[in-house]
Ligand binder design. Sequence first.
Ligand SMILES: Cc1ncc(COP(=O)(O)O)c(C=O)c1O
Length: 380
Amino acid sequence: MSAIPRSGIRDFFDIVQSMKDVISLGVGEPDFVTPWHIREAAIYALERGKTGYTSNLGLLTLREAIAISVHKHFNVAYDPVREILIGVGVSETMDLAFRAIIDRGDEIIYHEPCYVSYSPGIALAHGVPVAVSCRPENAFSVTAAAVEKAVTPKTKAVVLNFPTNPTGGTMSRAELEKIATVVKRHNLLVITDEIYSELTFEGEHVSIASLPGMKERTIFLHGFSKAYAMTGFRIGYACGPAAVIDAMMRIHQYSMLCASIISQEAALEAIQHGEADTVEMREQYRMRRNFIVSAFNEMGLPCHLPRGSFYAFPCIQSTGLNSKDFARRLLEAEKVACVPGSAFGPTGEGYLRCCFATALDRIEVAMERMSRFVKQVRAQ
Ligand SMILES: Cc1ncc(COP(=O)(O)O)c(C=O)c1O
């Protein structure tokens, strides 16, 4: 544990919580409250006395609904009895996947800048994290060539996350096909975290699990936190080969037992009747994205257009500050909280992650304050 650092995001936000009047573009959490009909389903579950354990794999009704939804939206068919596991957020299912497949010393490739949990999660399972960097010139997508270059005889799996936290990068079908070819050539597994897939603004979202010969070597992870504004319900799921799901289930069984039945009932309502809410929220995020990206470019912080997720990732190198100092001084001077890019791995240095899951009028004020801050820094 001494080799595993605390999350840069959480540390920073402990400071933010202790300050008044801060506009936070920090934590990656929708500002929307969970749609009422979903909250009502949780209340109704309580009223009906649904307060016990569920199957370790999760409610069969929810697994069946997940199978239908994944088939419809991602074009992959999973058996709800043997190939789907419901867990406590994508966070838990990701941890289960690492623990189920990693033997000590196995190398796991992932692309960076990336979600803060991947590298520590791999290390906690006694694997070796191997980062492949994504570049702004490629709109932060990962190339098959870069993945193949990182493959060694010890490589076990590749972790993909598109749309990406923190860059908003997405992948074309053509490049994913090339990655699938590399994965098959070297007989690897894939863990694909598609938690932001509903928040794709342009182009089609393609899951690598849907490509020929990939379902049998892919663990597909998805959840309810972002698409339905349900972070506090803590529901995610894994779909994959029966043997892998069974291995994950045995870890889950002895550590978590099952996810909360109340949250699972709410998730069932979300997946069956929540699509319109997701579409509405996505359109709000799209407006905010367009605004925030133009604002950054206008103030001289080059920012590519994130094609998915709810994060903008402007480059702050021209200010001469590193990302931690920029974030700290911005917070002190203007009370705007953003996450230093370095929290997402060394390749995130020189950038800032700004979450636009915040009301547009708040984002407008945040951009005025940031613009003033950037001018001041440049004048010094
Ligand atoms: C890429 C990614 N994966 C997983 C998670 C965790 O999701 P959950 O709330 O389902 O545990 C997050 C949360 O920010 C994320 O950004």
